[in-house]
Design a protein around this ligand. Structure first.
Ligand code: HBI
Length: 97
């Protein structure tokens, strides 16, 4: 799958399809914050994201404390945001219905 860095225009287009995600790191990443009922729910979510990451060979940068999870997606190989990040974000959103 493409690992080219998205252009500014492409970033804007794709981000409009990901309303719960925000641009980060001067446009080189996207991030979203999640809050669950408790740690167990949060970690279960993280486990499901981890399986997607392994399947897609595209891994999040993330932070978890208790019931909160913060995910940042960027493509190191592209030096910024790529289609891989957009598709990963859509897969993550789909976990939450
Ligand atoms: N995950 N988010 C992210 N970005 C990458 O560039 C990346 C990755 N996971 C694996 C990976 N790259 C490797 O496949 C390459 O570095 C070889």
């Amino acid at each position: 799958m493409s690992v080219e860095k998205l252009s500014e225009e492409e970033r804007k287009t794709w981000l409009s399809a990901l309303p719960k995600w925000s641009l980060a790191r001067d446009g080189d990443a996207i991030e979203r914050k999640f809050e669950f009922d408790d740690f167990s729910e949060a970690f279960g979510f993280m486990a499901r994201v981890a399986l997607i990451a392994e399947k897609r060979d595209h891994h999040p940068e993330w932070f978890n404390v208790y019931n909160k999870v913060e995910i940042t997606l960027t493509t190191h190989d592209a030096g910024g945001l790529s289609l891989r990040d957009v598709k990963m974000a859509r897969k993550i959103d789909a976990l939450l219905g």
